[in-house]
Design a protein around this ligand. Sequence first.
Ligand code: PMV
Length: 345
Amino acid sequence: NTIEGGSVTWESPSNIALVKYWGKRKNQIPENPSISFTLTECKTITEVTFTKKQSDDFSFEVYFENQLEDAFKPKIKTFFERIDLYVPFLKDFHFKITTSNTFPHSSGIASSASGMSAIALCLMDMERLFSQNEISEDYFKRKASFLARLGSGSACRSIEGELVVWGKNKSFKDSSDLYGVKFNQPLHDNFKNYQDAILLVDKGEKQVSSTVGHNLMLGHPFAQKRFEQAHENIEYLKNCLISGDVKSFVKIVESEALTLHAMMMTSNPYFILMKPNTLEIINKIWAFRAETNSGLCFTLDAGANVHLLFPKAEESKVYEFINSQLVAYCENGHYICDSIGLGAA
Ligand code: PMV
């Protein structure tokens, strides 16, 4: 193509898994299917400026929050190596990648899903720009998700909203190991506009990187049973989301979070990624639910922070509960108010 340069920008959100992806094979193929809520407020904004070059190698620089940041380079280089085959123009340009997050850098919130999906979308914009033919919206999103997966597995679930399924399973006929697909069932009103309050218990760096984490499932004594369970939970969860059964939703989502941590506690080497305050919060949530018959539940990522998921209708009640009883367990009293979103834009 004859285009010498230009720039593209995307905003891509983070997502929170309800059924967790934990364990992968070669080429970022998940060992089990997962499903997540796409978020609204927690996102990455990325601008890619590209200029034609001659040399036959990858050439890029990364600016994070306006500062030249070399720490991200190895991850992006690995990403570029993995997608080279699918992005024929990758070596034709020098890339200036300028990126920032809407959430604080040190918040313990992983930015790999939002960050990798934002770059993938920028590259798809370039493909569209260079293409002789019209590119369908469907192809654009699917390939963006496919590329994002090669940056960080869970990133493939950040392109669309409100719920995304990734990993071949029989509950979702159009599901794939290669990219995320939109939850295509009629979502019950109870789950529309669902809320996610993220309590920042530990803002530090991740204790276990997800690469190390996924590898812990290799030869894990409970791995096969866990992978089967994820398939079952996807099926149960699908039924809850359609029927509006919040009570059963709560049981599956909390069990998934604890199972993820149980896998880490029973691997070799073993890890405890919860903090005392994580457990304090979980116990308070259970007490609150027993007293109020609320649909509030928690989920966890591979860290100590707690995501509180609840119906929109309970918003004021739950925030009152957080402010009176849970802020004390958050680092510097910090939490983030988020809700289900529609995907990247
Ligand atoms: O996308 P990765 O490789 O960073 O893995 C993410 C794994 C979890 O966040 C723990 C679970 C998930 O499904 O998002």
